[in-house]
Design a protein around this ligand. Structure first.
Ligand code: ADP
Ligand code: MG
Length: 709
């Protein structure tokens, strides 16, 4: 046997989660079964079991040396939050013991007055509470000397208002599940007990050397470089994508995967992405709530692992200008309790009317709520990415692939019966290779919502974002589509065998009505932007504009119809997101100003004095040389002026912003004048970087950050 052999993955996988295996070991049979019913079969949680579950969890956590527990939740500011309490208790005899009660498991009260609530709560009534979400397994978080039992939770105010991203998600998931089940029943399915939304997020990221990172305050405080002259080589050779992975990056990935496996996060693929030092990790898809909790954990684990490898993780949507940014592709489908993917067309999609119904429901949802999908991914960082010809445009269209597109066209005309089954790809003479269904190979990377074989892939999500928001929006859109179909089909009281033609008629109407969102061409082309405008598709250019959709009456109707969020809660969401946008933009403006004044201007004046001194030394000795130096000096002078002018723009953008009381106007101001000032100052800084002596430039350059690990 190999001396280095580790125990196989199948034995160690999930060792740090309170998995079914751990539950079986630490809970009585009856309690174990009750808990499994809650997790797997949508049963209601019986509070009576909480004490025993808490005790079992604690005993399990103690085996890892855990001293504390915490409720882990997802406030609306996007990242996760936790507050640790120790198990420490003193019993009646004054002895130190570890205690963790059912009450502590079920509910906790963080002092939450500092979380954004969008003006829904004033500070004196700010207390919110967190409540255990048993459908997402608890886990032990190990970090340095700390070991903590972490309990995934929802977060609500005492008056019942939603304060987090998980609660709306869970509600939206239920809305889809319930309706999808009804569709299955209509098609004669008697075995499906539940339907689950499934999500598989592909996560893109950059790694940079920690030494460089620590010398770039813009990376530290803004997550992106606010300026930086382009390096000669960027991604033009296309030699990074799927290239062999840098040993340091691979070492990091191996360590990352090991940590993810311990946490029960099913990491599956890892590869180089398009930009230099850009990578991707994708897990095996899971039930949506779990997939999202896992993605949030993944981002945290990646950050820590990178740090321990002398690297820094960049999740910003656009850390470097001029090269690709990072997104998170949310693969989305629905699966029934028998494990059948409801978006699987099979080999004869035209006969699979049930599939066509589910497909049509998403089309109907996206057609009506495309603006909402855009709003759900609106964030300052993503503004740099959407529509930048490397990520999908901000126009929410759907790509179906050649076969399905044609099939829907034929359904519309009523002549689909003649359609052949999908072709398989031929390898020419190579008979020994397996055949591949064409649709799976035929991908359009320029579409924000692509149907890829047997799932939708929503590509507009930003790399750093929580998927909860876009998943909630897409689920609600789909629930709306399903309801449209159900409202017509459930009136039908004939035999199950006769449902197909009725359903096809409904599908046909939806196909007609949703034609405008279908687009198979190049989403980057200017023609498409013109065409989309003609079709009346929303195309919000920036975050504040996109966020207005949350105030839309139709959208409010959607969220309240499915009891996901009230109009007030949506208004609060709008406010919270605007505020975040404003804060990010103001931090960027202040940060670029500080760097320009503290690093860029001194580098330039240093250059001026060196060149001036050199000109003096040369005197008339070499006329040509002195002339060249003088003309350079004149250029430097002009650069200094340009720096000062754009610094003044930044100052006035900040002043005007601070003076604006209305949050929406303030955000809009920053999106126009603020962004213009940032760009002007950036251009000036980049020119200075290109002009000055390397030894005078105090910051790591693009060519270092992007190519050296
Ligand atoms: P690609 O880069 O070609 O899109 P990847 O393998 O990198 O493919 O990612 C595909 C993602 O889609 C994976 O995370 C995978 O688990 C996920 N996925 C596959 N099937 C489904 C499904 N039915 N529901 C949700 N996600 C899925
Ligand atoms: Mg993909």
């Amino acid at each position: 046997m190999n001396g280095n052999a580790k125990p196989p993955l199948s034995e160690t996988y999930g060792s740090l989660t309170f998995s079914k295996k751990a539950m079986a070991k630490h809970l009585s049979k009856a309690v174990y079964q009750k808990l499994i019913d809650v997790i797997d079969n949508n049963e209601k949680l019986d509070d009576e079991i909480a004490d025993e579950v808490a005790h079992g969890m604690k005993e399990w956590a103690l085996t890892f040396g855990a001293t504390h527990f915490c409720h882990w939740f997802q406030p609306q500011r996007g990242v996760t939050a936790e507050k640790h309490d120790s198990f420490l208790a003193i019993d009646e005899q004054g002895r130190i013991i570890e205690r963790f009660s059912g009450r502590q498991l079920i509910q906790s009260e963080p002092d939450a007055s500092s979380f954004p609530s969008g003006g829904m709560r004033s500070t004196f009534e700010a207390r919110g509470y967190t409540a255990w979400d048993p459908t997402s397994p608890a886990f032990v978080l190990k970090s340095g000397r700390a070991a903590t039992l972490v309990i995934p939770s929802v977060y609500l105010s005492w008056t019942g208002e939603v304060l987090d991203m998980k609660t709306p998600l869970l509600r939206a998931l239920r809305a889809v599940e319930e309706r999808a089940l009804r569709v299955l029943k209509l098609f004669g399915n008697r075995t499906a007990k539940h339907v689950r939304v499934t999500i598989g997020p592909e996560q893109e990221y950059f790694l940079v050397s920690k030494d460089f990172y620590n010398k770039r305050p813009d990376l530290i405080y803004c997550g992106r470089t606010l300026f930086g002259a382009a390096s000669a080589k960027t991604q033009q050779m296309e030699d990074h994508y799927f290239g062999s992975i840098h040993p340091k990056a691979l070492d990091f990935m191996a360590d990352l995967d090991a940590r993810l496996f311990d946490r029960g996060i099913p990491a599956k693929t890892r590869h180089n992405e398009v930009a230099p030092n850009q990578f991707e990790i994708a897990p095996i898809y899971e039930e949506a709530n779990l997939a999202i909790d896992h993605n949030l954990q993944l981002m945290e684990i990646m950050r820590k692992a990178a740090d321990e490898h002398g690297l820094s993780l960049l999740l910003h949507e656009k850390p470097f200008t001029g090269i690709n940014g990072s997104g998170k592709h949310m693969n989305w489908s629905m699966s029934d309790s028998d494990g059948r993917n409801l978006l699987e067309p099979g080999t004869a999609p035209k006969k699979n009317v049930q599939f066509l119904v589910f497909l049509a429901s998403v089309l109907a949802g996206v057609n009506k709520y495309g603006g909402l999908l855009r709003a759900a991914v609106a964030e300052a960082g993503n503004d740099h990415r959407l529509g930048a010809n490397e990520a999908p445009p901000a126009i929410m269209s759907v790509y179906l692939g050649a076969y399905l597109d044609k099939l829907l066209g034929e359904i519309e005309k009523g002549s689909f019966e003649k359609m052949e089954a999908p072709e398989v790809m031929s390898h020419g003479l190579l008979k020994s290779l397996p055949s591949i269904a064409l649709d799976n190979a035929d991908r359009n990377r320029t579409s924000p919502i692509a149907f890829t074989g047997n799932k939708f892939e929503f590509r507009a999500v930003g790399a750093s974002q929580s998927i909860a928001e876009p998943a909630t929006a897409l689920c609600l859109a789909a629930a709306h589509g399903l309801d449209r179909i159900l409202s017509r089909l459930e009136k039908f009281d004939g035999k199950v065998a006769d449902i197909a033609p009725k359903a096809l008629a409904v599908v046909r109407d939806i196909v007609k009505e949703t034609k405008r969102i279908r687009f198979e061409g190049n989403g980057y082309s200017p023609d498409w932007h013109k065409e989309a405008a003609k079709r009346g598709l929303p195309n919000a250019k920036n975050t504040p504009e996109a966020l207005e959709t949350f105030l839309d009456k139709d959208v409010a109707g959607l969220y309240s119809r499915y009891k996901v969020l009230t109009e007030e809660e949506l208004k609060a969401k709008h406010e919270i997101k605007l505020e975040a946008y404003v804060k990010i933009k103001e931090i960027e403006l202040r940060q670029i100003k500080e760097l320009a004044v503290a690093c860029v201007v001194p580098a330039l004046t240093g250059q001026i004095s060196a060149s001036g001194h050199a000109a003096e030394l040369l005197g008339d000795a070499a006329k040509g040389g002195a002339k060249a130096l003088k003309s350079r000096l004149a250029e430097y002078g002009a650069l200094l002026e340009a720096l000062d002018e754009s610094l003044a723009l930044v100052d006035s953008a900040l002043e005007e912003s601070a003076a604006e009381q209305d949050m929406a106007k303030r955000a809009a101001w920053l999106a126009s004048k603020g962004v213009a000032a940032l760009e002007a100052l950036r251009a000036a800084c980049d020119r200075v970087e290109e002009a000055v002596d390397q030894r005078l430039w105090p910051l790591p350059k693009y060519r270092e950050m992007l190519f050296l690990l």
